[in-house]
Design a protein around this ligand. Sequence first.
Ligand SMILES: Cc1cc2nc3c(=O)[nH]c(=O)nc-3n(C[C@H](O)[C@H](O)[C@H](O)COP(=O)(O)O)c2cc1C
Length: 200
Amino acid sequence: MGAKIIALLGSPLLKGNTAKLLDEAIRGAVDGGCDVEKIEVTTLEFRACREIFYCREHEACAMKDDMTGMYEKFRDIDGVIVASPVMTMGIPGRLKSFMDRFQVYFMAKYMRGKPMVPEEKRKHRLGLYLGISGMNVPFVFDGAKLTVQAFFHIIDVKYWNDLLIRDMDTIQNLSTRPELLEEAYRKGKEMAQLLRESAI
Ligand SMILES: Cc1cc2nc3c(=O)[nH]c(=O)nc-3n(C[C@H](O)[C@H](O)[C@H](O)COP(=O)(O)O)c2cc1C
């Protein structure tokens, strides 16, 4: 069976710079032999976590919306790519809410000791984070990176690698920097090849 990757786009611009970067990583991952499903988070219908805590006792969320199917989908995959612009020194609110809704996984693992992800999958799941920021300051990805790391941890994905591109306010159009797009392609391909080797 081939390895599967979910590629999450956090930007509301479906053809913006973050999307371009993600599409290159996806192309690499497909060439590396994986099946990739792209999810444009801002096109989903869902609300932020309301702390109902139904998931304390159940492998599900009390809120029924586009997140409902995600819990099953994320169980089955081998890798995740998160592509996101920095917003207010973190990730966009919509993407953050998407991640927060994985409290279902958090509770299963840490409160009930029954992880949602099967043991064999947990051992080899990898994550790649592609980040873009407008500013060119050294700490600009700190907040976003902590959030992505926490998300990966909760869904049993190892933070394998990242590609962090600063100074988009100056660069403006990522197509003028083909070497960065090539790097995204390479990282996508390398991750896919690793996942193929360890796929079960
Ligand atoms: C609401 C909003 C908040 C932003 N906040 C930050 C920020 O705190 N730091 C930063 O470096 N860039 C910030 N940016 C700039 C974006 O990270 C940058 O424009 C990025 O290239 C957008 O990628 P996209 O066009 O693919 O969505 C912000 C942009 C928006 C729209």
